[in-house]
Design a protein around this ligand. Structure first.
Ligand code: NAI
Ligand code: 6NA
Length: 495
């Protein structure tokens, strides 16, 4: 899709970033009411790449009002098949602008461009096409209750949705929220993470080109504690769909109580990747390395704990360290790069603090865990061995390229450790014994379990967890339930 000789300096993405990045409300790019802006930095260089409108409460008010008008007007009254056609046209436009969008996302989020091309962009388009197909297939049932009545159900769009998106997969996770909500007939106000606003603004422009009516999809950029908070507390927002930290998630649940708006939360993770000593250790170690170092470990379902049975422990530690040392670290726009920077100086310091914590707790740092260079936010991939289950680096989400390798005795011990954190988003298990695999999957507290593989997601399967990993599920039919409300109808047939 993108040749190595691609000229980024004169690319459409560079031209887009050079424009003042206004909000997108009611079909128009408008400056923030306050006129204030903030700078967006390239995590690979620390340099300013764009000037973004800093939305505030007044802008949220305008956006929610526009979304309400669009919901009560063109979008809800449009034929569902026509909604689906618009979403398909949007998908075609995204594909026609693939290079620009991939470049934008890679620069803005510091993502290795080969990964954005292979994972983020295709997953976003697949999600949009999948839910475009759903648009005219959301139906209820006729439920025969009594002879003198016609009783049936319908599923109706929940209304105006606030979508609050994190910085680790802005395009993909943003589309996980956008596509089903729009297919169900809802309208949205999206608040991208302030660190990664660009792809949301660009795809919103393309949605208008595809024929999405003004006001159906609005983007208000700006700080979470202002714009996000205003959306969560807004009385005319019917639903909040959020992906981010458990702390913010708790605040959202409290704010939503005002008008009992619906809430779905995709939060943190500290997923265990469990390797029994009868597993294919080469395959398991390779997948375990990808499971933590993909996206520089900034993945909620990252396999940040690798649990290894006693006999295989030293070999797996050795293999993981070798993989970590072999990763090509560098410019996200270089297709050969495997590991890019983490998202910000703040995140880099947080991760390096955890490396110190691990050392001070007595874990053994086998490799990595240091800042690379002075430019950008690069951290060498870290492998900790001798990690005890109770250590902070085994209990707390680091959200960076740091893996804790923990030894276990038997199946019961593996399950106890795997289930022994506040999270339950995902888990992996490796063995040649199908009984072990199934017994683990049956008891693992995880929304997703991978057997002899790790990390895959697909919009057709439910995604999410419980406790500090969230509330509810995204994807598949779960998303249709998220963005619609069932209504029962009784029609009297008595003469
Ligand atoms: N379960 C999942 O799929 C994912 C979960 N995460 C979790 O998110 C965290 C990393 O992402 P961050 O952006 O640092 O999380 P964050 O919670 O700080 O921010 C996420 C989003 O919430 C907004 N926000 C911040 N404060 C807010 C408030 N008071 N009210 C409303 N919105 C607010 C931010 O602007 C951003 O758009 C990690 O804890 C990670 O585990 C991240 C990605 C995926
Ligand atoms: C490729 C899988 C990414 C899932 C989104 C997350 O857990 O951060």
């Amino acid at each position: 899709m993108m040749s190595v000789a691609y000229d980024f300096a004169h690319s459409p993405a560079t031209a887009f970033m050079a424009r003042p990045q206004h909000l997108l409300i009611d079909g128009r790019r408008v400056p923030a009411s306050s006129g204030r802006t903030f700078k967006s930095l390239n995590p690979a260089t620390g340099q300013v790449i764009a000037t973004i409108a800093e939305g505030g409460e007044a802008d949220v008010e305008h956006a929610v009002a526009a979304a309400r008008r669009a919901f009560e007007g063109p979008w809800r009254t449009m034929r569902a098949s026509e909604r689906g056609q618009i979403l398909l046209r949007w998908a075609d436009l995204l594909k026609a602008h693939a290079e620009e969008i991939i470049e934008l996302e890679s620069i803005d989020a510091g993502k290795p461009i080969a990964a954005t091309m292979r994972q983020d962009f295709p997953a976003a388009v697949d999600t949009l096409v999948y839910y475009a197909g759903w648009a005219d297939k959301i139906s209820g049932d006729v439920v025969p209750v009594r002879d003198d009545a016609l009783t049936y159900t319908v599923r109706e769009p929940v209304g105006v949705v606030a979508a609050i998106v994190p910085w680790n997969f802005p395009l993909m996770i943003g589309m996980w929220k956008l596509a089903p909500a729009l297919a169900c007939g809802c309208t949205l106000v999206m608040k991208p993470a302030e660190l990664t606003s660009l792809s949301a603004l660009r795809i919103a422009e393309l949605a208008l080109e595809a024929g999405l009516p003004a006001g159906v999809f609005n983007v208000v950029t700006g700080p979470g504690r202002v714009v996000g908070d205003a959306l969560v507390n807004h009385p005319d927002v019917d639903k909040v769909t959020f992906t981010g930290s458990p702390g913010v998630g708790r605040g959202i649940m409290k704010g939503a109580a005002g008008n009992f708006k619906r809430v779905s939360l995709e939060l943190g993770g500290k997923s265990a990747n469990v390797i029994f000593d009868d597993a294919d250790l080469e395959a398991a170690s390779k997948a375990a390395a990808s499971g933590i170092f993909f996206n520089a470990g900034q993945v909620c379902s990252a396999g940040s704990r690798v649990l290894v049975q006693e006999k295989a422990y030293d070999e797996v530690v050795e293999r993981l360290a070798a993989r970590a040392k072999s990763l090509r670290i560098g410019d996200p726009l270089d297709r050969r790069t495997a590991l890019g920077p983490v998202i910000s100086e703040k995140q880099m310091k947080s991760i390096l603090d955890y490396v110190e914590i691990g050392r001070n707790e007595g874990a053994s740092l086998v490799t990595g865990g240091e800042r690379i260079g002075e430019r950008g936010y690069f951290i060498s991939p870290a492998v900790f061995a001798g990690v005890a289950h109770e250590m902070r680096i085994s209990q707390e989400e680091i959200f960076g390229p740091v893996v804790s390798v923990i030894k276990f005795r038997d199946e019961a011990d593996a399950l106890r450790i795997a289930n022994g954190t506040a999270y339950s988003l995902a888990a992996g298990v490796w063995s040649r014994d199908i009984g072990k695999l199934q017994r683990f999957a049956k008891r693992a507290r995880a929304g997703t379990v991978w057997m002899n593989t790790y990390g895959y997601t697909d919009v057709r399967l439910p995604w999410g967890g419980e406790r500090d990993s969230g509330l509810g599920r995204e994807h598949g039919t779960a998303a249709i339930d998220n963005f619609t409300e069932p209504k029962a109808v009784w029609m009297n047939l008595a003469v």
